[in-house]
Design a protein. Structure first.
Length: 98
């Protein structure tokens, strides 16, 4: 079938209520969740603290409901945004990466 634009989300771990508060880099990994990958495969660019990093989406899950692949890409650094095939995540932290 034809290529579809993927949907990307950046998920950050929640702060625990304990003190002292941790920096983002000390928390669990951050995730770029990529949905509606079609066709399978391709790379995701994580625009993260320290500079962009390219990661593969080889580890995907196929959804029979959406007839497309889904992938989660992890990073131990703060992810400001992620992109695939020219489509960017809708993360509010984009502006912090200038």
């Amino acid at each position: 079938g034809p290529s579809k634009a993927p949907t990307l989300f950046v998920l950050s771990p929640l702060q625990s209520l304990g003190f002292p508060l941790k920096k983002a880099d000390q928390l669990s990994p951050e995730v770029c969740l990529v949905s509606n990958i079609h066709p399978k495969g391709g790379d995701v660019v994580l625009n993260q603290r320290g500079g962009p990093v390219t990661k593969s989406t080889d580890a995907t899950v196929y959804s029979t409901r959406t007839r497309s692949y889904h992938s989660a890409v992890f990073s131990n650094r703060t992810i400001h945004s992620c992109e695939m095939n020219g489509t960017f995540s809708n993360n509010e932290a984009d502006d912090a990466c200038g």
